[in-house]
Design a protein around this ligand. Structure first.
Ligand SMILES: [Cu+2]
Length: 254
């Protein structure tokens, strides 16, 4: 694997030994929570050098329930707390490896590729019900996505100066029906076929607010359906990034 393709360094002096990630930190209004407090723990943590690393998913994993929230995260919800989020808030996820100190910013930048966030309503609308839910047949609806900036670049130099792309922030639609949800983020490195890398993680949230939006749709289930595989496995070619079709459903706006 060519590391230069696998991650982007913010500063040339950064030394990273970990270039694969999960999303253990939930952000609410740019304040982040302790590791795996509100996000479901995944089972594949390894340690190489400076910090934890998590192997990416590849093509075969699109058929696994693990593609929903991370490896073995179908069952780790019982030990995960539930964050209360006011609809309309800015929320987000941050990957495992990042350090910020007084001399500047050191961190793992998300891989060059699409970012997306989903919600799926727990069939049992209690804290315990959400914690016990494996997410199966969860009707996931997309609430945010982030595509390329130009035909050549996913993120701009300006965006890479700082924390922006060591985290992904988005807004929970203000009219989201109140309730208990899995909130899922995914990140792709779209190199095509089995060279593509997938990352996914979920937080457990209770959304409070006015509600009143339209029925959330379109919805999809994870693992990825056969008819969606092609778009998930598409290669994004430099020079033609704006022609890349964002995988998954369109964004529900509320
Ligand atoms: Cu990687």
């Amino acid at each position: 694997m060519r590391l230069a393709l696998c991650f982007t360094l913010v500063l040339a002096s950064i030394y990273l030994t970990s270039a694969h990630y999960n999303f253990p930190y939930l952000l609410v209004n740019e304040t982040f929570s302790p590791v795996f407090l509100y996000t479901r723990r995944v089972s594949d943590e390894t340690h190489a050098g400076n910090g934890p690393s998590y192997p990416p998913f590849h093509e075969k994993d699109l058929e696994s329930p693990d593609i929903r929230c991370g490896r073995d995260a179908t069952v780790s919800g019982v030990e995960t707390d539930v964050a209360t989020i006011v609809a309309g808030s800015k929320v987000g996820f941050r990957p495992n490896f990042w350090i910020r100190n007084t001399t500047g910013f050191f961190g793992l930048v998300l891989h060059d590729g699409p970012l997306a966030a989903y919600l799926a309503r727990s069939p049992i609308q209690t804290k315990k019900g959400l914690q016990a839910w494996d997410g199966a047949s969860g009707a996931f609806f997309k609430i945010a996505e982030r595509g390329p900036t130009t035909n050549e670049r996913w993120f701009t130099d300006e965006e890479l100066q700082g924390v922006q792309f060591s985290e992904y922030n988005f807004t929970v639609p203000v009219r989201t029906p109140p309730g208990f949800y899995l909130m899922r983020m995914d990140s792709l490195l779209p190199r095509g076929g089995n060279w593509t890398q997938f990352y996914a993680g979920c937080a457990q949230v209770e959304i409070v607010g006015q509600g009143g939006g339209s029925e959330p749709q379109p919805t999809v289930n994870f693992p990825v359906l056969e008819e969606m595989r092609k778009e998930y496995l598409a290669k994004a070619d430099s020079g033609q990034l704006l022609g890349y079709k964002m995988p998954g459903p369109s964004v529900w706006k509320g």
